[in-house]
Write a protein that binds this ligand. Sequence first.
Ligand SMILES: [Zn+2]
Length: 258
Amino acid sequence: MPEILNKLDYWSDRITDRLMRRLPGPRIHIPISRPMVSFTFDDVPDTALTNGAHILESHGVRGTFYIAGSLEGQVEPKRTLISRDGCRALAQQGHEIGCHTFSHTKVSHMGRQRLSADLQQNKDYLDAIDPRDDRRNFAYPYNAGSLWGRGIFQKNFQTCRSGGERINRGSVNPVFLSGVEIRQPESHALGLTGWIDTLISEPGWLIFFTHDIAAQPTDFGCTPETFERLVAYTLERGCMVLPVKDALDQFSAGRPLS
Ligand SMILES: [Zn+2]
């Protein structure tokens, strides 16, 4: 993409990000009385299953894995994407399977028709692996939302997660939840325990997101040792750790989601 288009795309994402958090619309209420943490994975690389899910399970907790069907089994220079069987194993091991579009295209780059068809294609893909009656949760590819697509996302999903490096507290837009990234450099990933300290002093819902959990991670993942340390620290400090759908159940107990 020429540089000028890249710049326009960047600013368009920034403006969309701000408006999505502030525009009037549906809201869910995140209690500020207890610290809640969700560990989530995007794309999803196979090491998120072999290492990431394994570490969560060894601590008795589960995560949310946002799958893009078209990436199935794809081999990239530094990672291999999860297979259909791997995805099935995640569901069988009690993890939540969420949607990340089928094509892994930025949603603002798709027209209404193409977006709806893409989401249906991924729904069919995921339902064949992990049948579900209720609406799944969703994570935006590249953390970038779409203003005009808000209605489509609201209709199809319980929540949609972006990035933003923020903790969700109080009244938040369910189709634009904030997330905190676990990524390289490793010194940065190790320092993410600081977010847990912040969450303890000011409770809310902290949604971590990452990709591969590998000895030699991509720029968008971390090592098993660092992930293990973060999960252990989160639990030691007394945070509740739940997949996104179960955290929502806790928040909405006795109160319907809007
Ligand atoms: Zn992605």
